[in-house]
Design a protein around this ligand. Structure first.
Ligand code: IPM
Ligand code: MG
Length: 372
């Protein structure tokens, strides 16, 4: 009997529907030739859910996601919902899913494909292959926040007015569980781990640093070091190929992963996996946003979503072959010179063809059958 994979698909907004349907098409084709059955169920979240239900994350979506083995998410948000109340912004759906499903570990691999080296803004990027392990359900994203009125004045007499605050807090338990994921991952890779923090200023960062240094004794083979976030932002540009695994807090990981996206040529290429509590589904999504400016025009790069589906096959279903079939088909498609707009660049000669979402997806599917 063939294996069954129950996947909840949350297309979301903007280019989300185009890229998730591309990923599902590829997944179905790849699974078929390996005798695996893909069952999908579509759920609403983000702006799409606000339009339908007035809220970004309906209960039905949370329970639908919970009932699945894994979730494939597109992207949420767009200018249409920029003026809704902060509590019901489309992004709340994403945060609600992450915390509701206990997805505390966000794994964001950044690899520069040989074919896309020239798309990197760096002159000699070298062989870039690192992973950002981002804490995903804590820190300033989920800390106490608010706005209150202060009657005080600043030292020059200016009325203080309203005060807005967000707080960063981390427990030892939250830090240790993500550190463990990062150290374990480093052991499976090139055995290098960098903690990125701001321990020269922040109390939370000092706790991260102390716990990571302590844990490093349990992993004597892992070369462990620490960088301040400002310095890390710079080092990622100056020596990207020397990084292996980077572990960091929610906010710093958000920032560094967009930087990683640009370093490898396009944010449209980067997949991600969010995992956490055992027994609950993982969630897989490209790291890019909903790109409303190109939505519905067959211009979006679906490769980040397609590669996220490959990560899902590997990490949730243990289908290493399906995952590498998909990854190889993506590489072949790039080698054949097919490019969406975001990975088309000046100075690459005439060996590439600008194509749309549908065409590049079809090419990936065609290249799947060639690999088998
Ligand atoms: C990401 C995104 C989200 C985040 C937004 C959309 C809330 O930027 O997944 O990186 O900040 O985590
Ligand atoms: Mg981000």
């Amino acid at each position: 009997m063939s294996k069954k994979c129950n996947i909840a698909v949350i297309p979301g907004d903007g280019i989300g529907p185009e890229i998730t349907s591309a990923a599902i098409e590829v997944l179905e084709a790849a699974a078929k030739s390996r005798d695996v059955e893909i069952f999908t169920r579509e759920l609403l979240a983000g702006g799409a859910a606000i339009d339908r239900y007035g809220i970004p994350l309906p209960q039905e979506t949370i329970s639908g996601a919970m009932d699945s083995d894994a979730v494939l998410l597109g992207a949420v948000g767009g200018p249409k919902w920029d003026n809704v109340e902060p509590d019901i912004r489309p992004e709340r759906a994403l945060l609600g899913l992450r915390s509701g499903l206990g997805l505390y570990a966000n794994i964001r691999p950044a690899v520069v494909y040989d074919e896309l080296v020239a798309a990197s803004p760096l002159k000699n990027p070298g062989k870039i292959d690192f992973v950002i392990v981002r804490e995903l359900t804590g820190g300033i994203y989920f800390g106490k926040n608010g706005i209150y009125q202060s009657g005080d004045r600043l030292s020059d007499g200016t009325v203080k007015g309203k005060i807005a605050f967000d707080t960063e807090s981390y427990s030892e338990g939250e830090i240790n569980r993500i550190l463990k994921i990062a150290f374990d991952l480093a052991m499976k890779r090139r055995k290098k781990l960098t903690l990125v923090d701001k321990a020269n200023v922040l109390t939370t960062s000092r706790m991260w640093r102390a716990l990571a240094s302590q844990m490093s004794f349990d992993y004597p083979e892992v070369e462990f070091d620490c960088l301040y976030i400002d310095n890390a932002a710079m080092q990622l540009i100056s020596r990207p190929s020397t990084f292996d695994v980077i572990v960091t807090s929610n906010l710093f990981g958000d920032i560094l992963s967009d930087e990683a996206g640009q370093i490898v040529g396009s944010v449209g290429m980067l997949p991600s996996a969010s995992v956490g509590v055992k027994g609950k589904p993982g969630m897989f999504e490209p790291i890019h946003g909903s790109a409303p400016d190109i939505a519905g025009q067959n211009k979006a790069n679906p490769l980040g979503s397609i590669l996220s589906a490959a990560m899902m096959m590997r990490m949730i279903f243990g289908e290493e072959e399906i995952a590498s079939d998909i990854e190889n088909a993506v590489k072949k498609t790039l080698s054949a010179g097919l490019r969406t707009g975001d990975i088309t660049f000046v100075g690459e000669g005439n060996n590439t063809t600008l194509v749309g979402t549908k065409e590049i997806t079809k090419a990936v599917i065609d290249n799947l059958s060639i690999s088998n």
